[in-house]
Design a protein around this ligand. Sequence first.
Ligand code: TRP
Length: 447
Amino acid sequence: MNERAREQWGSRLGFTLAAVGSAVGLGNIWRFSYASGENGGAVFLLLYLLAVLVMGLPIMIAEFTIGRRAQSDVIGAFHKLAPGRPWVLGGYLGLLAAFVILSYYAVIAGWIAKYLVGYLSGELMMVPAGEYGSHFTQFTAERLEPLGWSFLFMALTTGIVAFGVKRGIEQANKILMPLLALLLVGMAAFSLSLPGAAAGVRFLFRPDWSVLARAEVYLAAVGQAFFSLSLGMGALLTYSSYLPDNVKLPREAVKVAFFDTLLALVAGLAIFPAVFSFGVDPAAGATLVFIVLPGIFEAMPAGMALGLAFFALLSAAALSSAVSLLEVVVAYAMRRWRWTRLQSGLIFGFVIFLLGIPSSLGYGLLAELQLFGRDILSGLDLLASQIVLPVGGLIFALFIGWGWQRNVALQASDFGRGWLGRAWLLMLRYLTPLMLTLVLLHALRAL
Ligand code: TRP
């Protein structure tokens, strides 16, 4: 086959930033804060860290290894590395997950865009205190407006992807990531200086072990690890397929996992001290960011600027993650049908926007419809993060552990002959699949 020259990252830093940009997203701020709030804070954090170490990191190195060796998208990679074998099912599952996740991710990102503009115009500061809840419910219950914002967000995402790996994705992340880190650290410093902030820090760091008796906490931690690290559907696999041979993969994976976790912690330090300082329930759930925080901003001296900064930060985080989700689909379409980047981006960006419509209407017109006992968006999020991504991760782990030759895996991953590489393979063979299977069996029972 006569292939177009494959695009490459402009620099190693560019790749690192893009991979961190993929990982750091609504998962770290919106999702991490409500998941840890609902699941007891510190204990959830510990389980999450454990999941990052025994599942996240080994699987991330697996994705990096597969992607770079194959120099292809999530489906092409398996066709190339294991032709005619069933591993490619993992690729199809990944592609499916990209459609599902991005479809609802864009809906939430649309709300964020709306709030960003609401702080720009000052409109959100006019909402009477205590009415942010009904403000949010009314907005999300509308038919057209939320979809308009989600459309705008998908258009931006498509625009970045259409410019290509180096000039689009890499450039965007070089701007968005430093901006995000700066805003987040600033907000955490401010939040920590509020009276009563210490209770929020205690909530995040002082474990209440009784939470361990609740089975859903383990599942939530694993789901959060997969979602937050962008694992299990080939986003990082696709990004690493644009890497040359001289970048050391294990080190890159450690960096990505480290920064992703650090940013979730800083986000927690930006949110929980403020939540406790204002006497709000940390288990407020998925609406924490849209209802609780605006109420807090309103009561603060520089509330409008803070609200603006916060939603700008969320937008930056969401955009860089959405780009990585769309790239999975675009990379596939470009190879499979030989479409151009722009064509693939426009077509699938639009298809994904359409797929998000039910998730958006789930708060209004389709509120009666339930998925696993939740609204459509939350049901899809549950399905994706606690089932589809772990299954995808399981397939990637098993492929490296059992489907590939040991030596090839050790060489392709850059581990070489040392004990670290052996430990990695042992984890992918036994520990990671075992734990994933336990979690999955449990998730299926809970559905
Ligand atoms: N990790 C991102 C976040 O935390 C979301 C994301 C981007 C993602 N790409 C992904 C999640 C791939 C799962 C798989 O918001």
